[in-house]
Design a protein around this ligand. Structure first.
Ligand code: PMT
Length: 219
């Protein structure tokens, strides 16, 4: 059993993929299963925190003991849910895989196929973390980075652009890291540029590592 060392903490966690509709039957999404975010939520609850979990569509069970569970689909809905729940949380952990783009027009009716190619125009979605980073004040903001190349360089850029306290960078090229699996292989980089490398570990073990860091920062 874990020590209840986060009892005075209010933690907002985002998890899972977002989906962006093309028409009533089709959408654009990504490979996030929600396992990383849900496992952080479970550990935070076990350690006594009040957890708000904002989740895209996953096949996972809602963690027992969650203070608030908010189901969303699109990046826009996730953005609105995060903003609505910002005031009551001191710690924000963004493990969701958010779509950067959405179809410019969502068709009300199923798009019929023709002999021509189909071009779907995409608009930029808001960067949720970046927006929160602008207004976070003394809240602790933790991001993730899912990269296939130049992991550290890209992750460092994200810390700066999004005003993060630290970032958890998964190297998607390694087996047992990132989407779908029960393990992860990460480097954690803080806003001063210090890098700590971790071996392959279960997502629930990594969750404790992340929460330990958050706890250290939030004294
Ligand atoms: O869900 P699992 O299957 O367990 O997989 C876990 C995971 C690989 C999804 C997770 O560990 C992870 O890396 N999540 C972030 C994936 C991602 O979208 O990374 P990114 O590099 O595109 O985004 C960087 C950060 O900005 C993320 O914290 C993301 O939540 C945030 N972001 C991105 C785009 C956007 N429009 N708004 C955001 O807030």
């Amino acid at each position: 059993t874990l020590e209840q060392d986060l009892t005075d903490k209010n933690i907002l966690i985002t998890a899972g993929p977002t989906i962006e509709n093309i028409d009533p039957v089709r959408y654009i999404t990504n490979r996030s299963s929600g396992k990383m975010g849900y496992s952080i939520a479970r550990k935070a609850i076990e350690r006594g925190a009040n957890v708000t979990l904002i989740s895209g569509k996953t096949s996972l069970d809602i963690p027992n003991g969650v203070s608030e569970f908010i189901q969303v689909e699109s990046a826009k809905q996730m953005y609105e849910a995060v903003v609505d729940n910002l005031d009551k949380n001191d710690i924000i952990i963004k493990s969701a895989a958010v779509a950067d783009y959405k179809p410019k027009n969502i068709s009300d009716i199923k798009i019929k196929k023709s002999d021509d190619d189909l071009i779907i125009e995409l608009d930029r979605n808001k960067d949720i973390l970046k927006e929160i980073g602008k207004i976070k004040k003394d809240k602790i903001l933790v991001g993730f980075a899912a990269e296939t190349n130049d992991l550290i360089q890209n992750a460092k850029k994200k810390i700066e652009k999004k005003n993060l306290d630290f970032i958890v960078a998964n190297d998607l090229t390694q087996e047992g890291a990132g989407f779908g699996v029960d393990t992860n292989i990460v480097k954690i980089i803080d806003k001063n540029g210090n890098i700590q490398e971790y071996p392959k570990m279960k997502k629930y073990e990594l969750s404790n590592v992340i929460l330990d860091r958050v706890k250290m920062l939030s004294k």
